[in-house]
Ligand binder design. Structure first.
Ligand code: ADP
Ligand code: MG
Length: 230
């Protein structure tokens, strides 16, 4: 009788259950969002703000479910060669406006010859989570610097913010489920991000000082260029 095996079987069942509930809940959220968007074209000016809020709260619920689903099923399959520069180009449209809304800017320096292995949408989810944290920590006028390079067969990606930074006790709690210092935070972002990076055989490191900002360093095994798909 092997208790260990029984426990991991149970965990797998819980993972499956969580994933199917998440899928089921996401569908009605999407439908509701569609109808709200239709209705928002018809409401009077004073009501538009409420519609906007309702839609953004639905999006928040959707994001929480996506994070949770990723944790339960991090998609080990669907791995392809990722062109780091193109992947980051694709999320610029989300992060640059987001930074502007908080009075900051984003500067990217990604060379065109870096390839890593992973699931494209999960990698983007991890990058967005990390960059969003940087934006949310920003003091005005803020700046996020993102750069990457190859070092001895590893691809290293740095994300540095000029934000509020963290002390040792906060740093120690990163990735812990529900650890958040924000009023509207979920404390799930980093938990999921760590999982995605782990599945991609990568590592993550945080350098931070209270008051002067944070630098995140991601390291992934580089894929040889000839194997890369552009
Ligand atoms: P959330 O963003 O919902 O709070 P996360 O898991 O993304 O959850 O982050 C957890 C906590 O880690 C944040 O609430 C914040 O206190 C801290 N944190 C993460 N990244 C940064 C950063 N770049 N600068 C300062 N604090 C950070
Ligand atoms: Mg976050």
């Amino acid at each position: 009788y092997n208790n260990q095996l029984q426990r991991s079987d149970k965990l797998e069942v819980i993972g499956e259950l969580a994933a199917s509930i998440a899928h089921e809940v996401r569908n009605p959220l999407q439908v509701t969002r569609g109808f709200l968007q239709l209705l928002s074209l018809k409401v009077i000016e004073q009501e538009k703000e409420f519609m906007h809020l309702a839609i953004s709260e639905l999006d928040r619920a959707s994001d929480i479910i996506t994070d949770f689903l990723t944790f339960a099923k991090p998609q080990l399959d669907n791995f392809t060669s990722l062109h780091v520069q193109s992947e980051l180009k694709q999320i610029e449209g989300i992060i640059i406006p987001l930074a502007r809304l908080s009075g900051g800017e984003v500067e990217l320096h990604i060379p065109g010859d870096l390839h890593i292995q992973g699931n494209s949408s999960k990698f983007k989810q991890a990058m967005i989570n990390l960059i969003k944290n940087g934006i949310e920590a920003m003091k005005q006028p803020g700046k996020i610097d993102i750069w990457a390079y190859d070092r001895n067969g590893d691809v290293r990606i740095h994300i540095r913010d000029s934000g509020e930074g963290m002390d040792a006790s906060e740093l120690a709690r990163l990735g812990e489920p529900y650890f958040s210092t924000k009023t509207k935070g979920t404390g799930l972002g980093l938990m999921v991000t760590f999982r995605i990076i782990e599945v991609m055989q990568g590592t993550i490191e945080f350098l931070s000082d209270k008051g002067s900002g944070t630098e995140v360093i991601l390291t992934f095994p580089a894929l040889e260029e000839e194997k890369g798909v552009n």
